[in-house]
Design a protein around this ligand. Structure first.
Ligand code: MN
Length: 198
């Protein structure tokens, strides 16, 4: 069975960019519900003993398994999102990540603009991502609803949750303000660098 991964910081650790109130609902209610739903859906099936990412890959292209996919991918996406956020993290990329960003986008600022555009431009619920493709190059992409890039052969480095539950308590309809604050003040670029292939 799958468990709710511990939040890697206290619920007030991201304030004022993301409030403790938002984290209480987002982690304690939404993220937890995806875990509970997933466990209910896979109970007694071949999926219950699988590694989470292997399970996601196994059901990704099977429309009749969309309920399992949606909950499993949301469990993975949220744990990944939390891991990439920190008030104390690296505010600018360094080393190989900085080099790949410059090669792919021209500059760190240009990449941040692309990431923000993807996050703001995602119609409805979903996620914006910085990913590394199979050739080793970086891309900005977005996925709808529970979509996760690794089912498309892309390695996620960082993500921004743009479901309304991620920002509505703090920013109401101002998704762009939430996105800018997260990108400028919370994304830990050392975490992103750790995801790079060798
Ligand atoms: Mn969410």
């Amino acid at each position: 069975m799958f468990s709710l991964s511990p939040l890697p910081f206290s619920e007030d650790a991201l304030a004022p960019v993301i409030s403790a109130n938002t984290l209480s609902f987002h982690y304690g209610k939404h993220h937890k519900a995806y875990v509970d739903n997933l466990n209910n859906l896979v109970k007694g099936t071949e999926y219950e003993s699988m590694d989470l990412s292997a399970l996601i890959r196994a059901v990704a292209d099977h429309p009749e398994k969309i309920g399992i996919f949606n909950n499993a991918a949301q469990v993975w996406n949220h744990a990944f999102y939390w891991s990439g956020l920190s008030r104390k993290g690296a505010r600018v990329p360094s080393g190989k990540l900085a080099q790949l960003i410059d090669e792919g986008f021209g500059s760190f600022d240009a990449m941040k603009i692309k990431l923000a555009e993807a996050a703001v431009g995602q119609f409805g619920s979903g996620w914006a991502w910085l990913v590394q493709d199979k050739a080793g190059k970086l891309q900005v992409t977005k996925t709808g609803n529970a979509g996760v890039p690794f089912t498309q052969g892309l390695t996620p480095l960082i993500t921004v949750d743009v479901w309304e539950h991620a920002y509505y308590l703090d920013y109401q309809n101002r998704r762009a303000d939430y996105v800018k604050a997260v990108i400028d003040q919370l994304i830990d670029w050392d975490f992103a660098a750790n995801g790079l292939s060798a």
